[in-house]
Design a protein around this ligand. Sequence first.
Ligand code: SAM
Length: 279
Amino acid sequence: MKNLPVPRPFLKWAGGKTQLVPALLEHMPPRFNAYFEPFVGSGALFFCLRRQGRLSQAHLSDTNAELAGAYAALAADVEQVIAHLAGYPHSPEFFYALRAQDPWTLDPARRAARLIYLNKTGYNGLYRVNRRGQFNVPFGRYKNPPILDPENLRCVSQALQGVEISHAPFESVLEWARPGDWVYFDPPYAPLSATASFTAYQAHGFSAADQARLRDACLELTRRGVQLTLSNSDTPLIRELYTRPAFTLHPVLARRAINSNAARRGPVSELIINNAPAR
Ligand SMILES: C[S@@+](CC[C@H](N)C(=O)[O-])C[C@H]1O[C@@H](n2cnc3c(N)ncnc32)[C@H](O)[C@@H]1O
């Protein structure tokens, strides 16, 4: 099938799955009803499936309220988001003034434009907030960042028509998914060097206990006949949680972002995990 250049993810997102998409497509179920992506982030797999016309019903969710709000705003009124972004200059002064605004005092289109602008112009496209929930990533010093790509935003908006979008924790999928549906879970990855104790270790706000709760949700979905695919790092913790016969593990090699630590450069093994749902 011909891959059209758009829609593409409209944000840079930590753990973005663009690289892993071909392997995920290889391991997706041949048939499914509704599609759920409860850790949507920048939605690389969703946009690819949409582009290929493989989705009928879709439900995207994430615990990042600004992110879920940006999807909803693009679906509802992409022209407003574009109009705001078109007026935003690339300068540290403007960046810091926009960053200082409380996003929850803004209307949804302005809040989405603010998130996109800060994502494109902030250091490394990071999303990080302080204890009070204030975005605190510094200005990125890019020469000419792609702040506004109206063609892609319009395609994104079109791809989101009819899609349900929720600000919700991953467990909500237990209420929504029915037998025959397909869920793709892409949680914050378990850390590669988990030297700390099982429950205390936290990476990206997602602890080993959260990984275990996610596995329990996967077992429950399996019992109910829901198909699922999960990506995670290839670590002892993940291999301990997802075992046969309920799950099948497919190791894949992924490129790792350049790391200052030479030992951490080069390809790294990740796991694509499928279940064998009850029928
Ligand atoms: C690895 S990223 C997903 C990357 C995504 N697949 C992509 O291509 O960009 C993980 C996402 O999970 C969200 N998240 C973290 N904890 C969560 C939870 N308990 N329930 C739902 N989403 C959560 C984060 O906000 C983040 O957007």
